[in-house]
Design a protein around this ligand. Structure first.
Ligand code: ACO
Length: 224
């Protein structure tokens, strides 16, 4: 497997990969019924493309010459820059969204993030935000997601970030991030996320039970 930064000429193929894997399989997307397998979603594609443009994202490509899937994108980790005020702004903008399912998912993510000011808590100006972790179903269970997280940390370090953050929506992504030194900072049980009438907003399927916000601080030699 080859791991490389995702350049502009790959954006189209990354979106295709997400349509075939992440859009329908990620636990919150499934719960909201955001997309059919292979189908697109305008807002999630826009969100993914905006993240790609920060040029911090990595893909795993199958470069085995003897593989029938030679050249195939096996997995991606899409990372973006998060600055103070970005989440408040994104939440304001979300009110104009016409996609009620997309809105449900991102309201949960943004409101949960806003419960704590990570910039003040860790005294940082910018955060390396791990937004999308996705592995092609044909390549799962081979450690590709773990390796993508490890490489994302390298990119964060090379770019001088002091804090990585991820909103992990399922039990496996949470386990993968913790195995790479991320720590759970806060969490929201899906069964307790309800509307004014007491109905569960996102009926997420087992074994996934909660959203977890995880962080990892990076230390450098000349840090005090
Ligand atoms: N069942 C049991 N264990 C699993 C599963 C599973 N379905 N998926 C991963 N694991 C465990 C592995 O056993 C392994 O544990 P180990 O190190 O103790 O052996 C560990 O998780 C790492 O697994 P990887 O092989 O690195 O994970 P993989 O490459 O299969 O990708 C991923 C996992 C990204 C969650 C994939 O299943 C996927 O794309 N799912 C759909 C999209 C999704 O939910 N993404 C995460 C959302 S949160 C976010 O994007 C920030």
């Amino acid at each position: 497997m080859e791991y490389k930064l995702i350049s502009g000429d790959y954006y189209e193929r990354v979106i295709d990969h997400l349509r075939g894997n992440f859009f329908a399989d990620e636990p919150l997307n499934r719960a909201a019924g955001l997309c059919q397998q292979g189908g697109g979603n305008r807002e999630l594609e826009h969100h993914s493309l905006a993240t790609l443009q920060d040029q911090l994202s990595i893909m795993a490509v199958d470069e085995r010459k003897d593989s029938v899937n030679y050249g195939q994108i096996a997995g991606v980790i899409l990372n973006g820059v998060l600055r103070s005020g970005d989440t408040e702004q994104a939440l304001d903008k979300l009110q104009f969204s016409c996609d009620s399912n997309y809105k449900k998912i991102f309201e949960l993510l943004y409101r949960h993030s806003l419960q704590v000011d990570l910039f003040a808590r860790y005294n940082v100006q910018r955060i390396f935000d791990v937004r999308i972790l996705s592995v092609d179903s044909r390549y799962r269970g081979q450690g590709i997601a773990k390796e993508l997280v490890r490489r994302a940390e390298q990119v964060a370090r090379e770019s001088g970030y002091h804090l990585l953050k991820a909103d992990a929506t399922g039990i496996f992504s949470q386990k993968i991030l913790r195995s790479q030194g991320f720590e759970a900072f806060s969490e929201q049980l899906y069964a307790k996320y309800r509307d004014d009438e007491g109905r569960i907003i996102l009926p997420v399927e087992a074994p996934h039970i909660k959203l977890q916000l995880l962080t990892k601080e990076l230390k450098y030699e000349n840090d005090h």
